[in-house]
Design a protein around this ligand. Structure first.
Ligand SMILES: Nc1ncnc2c1ncn2[C@@H]1O[C@H](COP(=O)(O)OP(=O)(O)OP(=O)(O)O)[C@@H](O)[C@H]1O
Ligand SMILES: [Mg+2]
Length: 371
């Protein structure tokens, strides 16, 4: 507002000053009048520049009004001079109009550019905010992925360590019965049991720091592994009054495997079969050789069988129908078998029984033959 008033005052001052010069200068100094006449362009252009089309025209109009009496009364006698001065007035208005129009357009463009710049700035800020969000989310996702992998690992290891710890505790309980309380051996076994329990807790707490070790692949006969499994679970089979049978293998079948991992897988499958079997049931383990260089190790039980809707879920981690189960046994076994380039197949008839087949590639050099 203040600048507008200053500008108007400046323009008024200019016009008044130039007009006074015109009116007070004697006519015979016409070369001075020529200069003063041109000086009027100064306020006109300034007005156009500051106030646009309207300002330019307004100023040129005022200049025309102020200058016209001078032409009329002082140059009235000289026709050519008078005509020239009127032409000048026309030029004042043209310059005022054109300059005003141009400066107005320029201003409008400036405003538009400013608007675009503001819009661009806003979009840039939005984009920056969004990219920051994306980076944050990506980081969270990566962390979640790590945590879930770690969690999965921990669960797998916990499951696998719990089984042998359970066996140690179980056998210690049996041994404890052989000694009377007060006997030092009875006490030792108590310590063993307590420490096993502590180890179980510690293992679960610290498992997330453990890393799975790369398996040690070695060729070996399948039958030997199966015999070990039968020995390991024979006690449980007897407890459950289930008849556990390992059918003999006429020719040795040699496979390349990480014995410990493979035993884990077999153990999970046999324990499932025993758990599903009723008293007096039967679990049969047999190996056959197929023509395409694979052997099929079948674990057949006469147990409860699996309903069709559950059959498609049994390999899912944490799927279990047992109150004490973790639902990891088959998921882990499947992973182990697949890491041996094998397949885990399952066939089941509800209330009749289940057959789990482990299909593994036979070591070519010692390929046995048909079973
Ligand atoms: N031989 C089988 N007969 C009947 N059901 C079976 C048999 N094997 C597996 N299942 C079903 O598949 C489910 C998943 O088995 P999985 O071994 O993965 O877990 P789990 O035995 O329940 O628990 P965990 O092995 O961790 O103690 C079992 O809960 C059971 O319902
Ligand atoms: Mg199981």
């Amino acid at each position: 507002m203040e600048t507008t008033i200053t500008r108007i005052l400046t323009l008024t001052g200019c016009i008044v000053g130039i007009s006074l010069l015109h009116y007070l200068t004697p006519l015979h100094l016409h070369y001075l009048h020529d200069i003063f006449q041109r000086l009027y362009y100064l306020p006109i252009i300034l007005a156009a520049f500051w106030f646009g089309l309207r300002g330019g025209l307004c100023c040129s109009f005022i200049v025309s009004i102020v200058y016209a009496p001078h032409i009329l009364f002082q140059w009235g006698g000289h026709l050519t001079m008078e005509m020239e001065k009127y032409m000048e007035i026309l030029l004042y208005n043209t310059v005022g109009g054109v300059t005003g129009l141009l400066s107005q357009r320029e201003k409008e463009r400036g405003v538009e550019l400013q608007k675009t710049a503001k819009g661009l700035k806003e979009s840039y800020q939005k984009l920056q905010h969004q990219s920051e969000q994306i980076i944050l989310i990506e980081e969270q996702l990566r962390r979640a992925e790590k945590l879930s992998t770690l969690g999965e690992m921990a669960a797998v290891l916990a499951h696998e360590i719990r089984n042998p710890l359970g066996s140690i505790r179980g056998t210690a309980e049996i041994l404890k019965d052989d000694y009377r309380p007060g006997d030092p051996k009875h006490e030792f076994i108590e310590i063993q049991i307590k420490e096993t329990e502590r180890l179980n807790r510690v293992v679960e707490d610290f498992l997330h720091m453990a890393r799975p070790q790369q398996g040690d692949m070695q060729p070996g006969p399948v039958q030997k592994e199966l015999e070990t499994i039968v020995t390991l679970v024979s006690h449980e089979a007897k407890d459950r009054q289930v008849n556990l049978v390992l059918l003999p293998q006429p020719l040795p079948v040699i496979i390349n495997a990480d014995g410990e991992k493979l035993r884990q897988a077999f153990l999970n499958i046999v324990i499932n079969a025993l758990q599903a079997s009723p008293k007096g049931g039967r679990v049969t383990i047999s190996t056959t050789v197929s023509e395409n260089g694979f052997c099929n190790i079948s674990f057949n039980d006469t147990g409860s069988g699996i309903e069709a809707d559950k059959l498609e879920k049994i390999f899912d981690p944490f799927f279990t129908t047992k109150p004490e189960g973790t639902g990891l046994g088959l998921a882990i076994s499947k992973k182990i078998i697949e890491s041996h380039n094998g397949k885990l197949l399952i066939e089941s008839k509800p209330r009749q029984g289940t057959t789990v087949t482990v299909r593994l590639p036979i070591q070519d050099s010692i390929h046995g033959g048909r079973g």
